[in-house]
Write a protein that binds this ligand. Sequence first.
Ligand SMILES: [Zn+2]
Length: 276
Amino acid sequence: MKYKNTIVALGTLALFLSCATNPLTGKKTMAFVSNSQIFPSAFAQYDKFLSENNVVSGTSDSEMIKRVGQRIAVAAERWLNANGHQGYLKDYKWEYNLVNDNTVNAWCMPGGKIVFYTGILPIAQNETGVAAIMGHEVAHALANHGQQRMSAAYIQQGLAVAGNFAIKDEKTRNIFNQSYGIGSNVLGMLPFSRSHESQSDEFGLTLMAIAGYNPDEAAELWKRMKANSGGQGPPEFLSTHPSNDTRISNLQSWAPKSKAEAKKFGVTSFRPLGEF
Ligand SMILES: [Zn+2]
């Protein structure tokens, strides 16, 4: 009887599941909500966030965030096109904003909506450090990792079975915010899984390298993150992105591969670090 119930439950679940291909791994991943459902909500949430926060504009830092973001987005498009994923970004609406806030954080919402907090800039230290964070965040977005976290949270809270997928009620909005990192001060972000982090680290390196930023610097960035994890508790970013020696040594070992990948796109040397 229990078995039968499980079958029924799984069948109900399947009705709401859609499959999306993760271009980073080529594998199909399950998702309760499709991009066409998520993106409009994400765009609205992003605009709401910007309207309620102190967006920096017209400074060299805010221009730098936009410049790095655009270069990473172009790199993503070139890589996707070269790897048989033409049109993958058609619904993306890239936007890169710097927000005046001491929180050490940066995030990318579905559809390419990116925020850097000024608090993360001292750890980024230079434009190449920003590119390492940007590449990593964009990789999460391209792989729909947030969507997968959201699906997992739905299952945990039993909302999936109820078929409650539209982002309209407060409970669903909270899951959305937790999954994507906004409203983090109140709710606490859901951490990415270790495999999601590794995927984003590895692909982030490729993106930054194609964009002309030296991928060797990613390991240096994470060393600085690690050094900043003491004091008055770890920064926000580190609560979902724990820095450790394995991560740093992985980044070091993957960097040559990402340089080889960038070479396929004609990138044979890298920009200066870009001190700011
Ligand atoms: Zn991450």
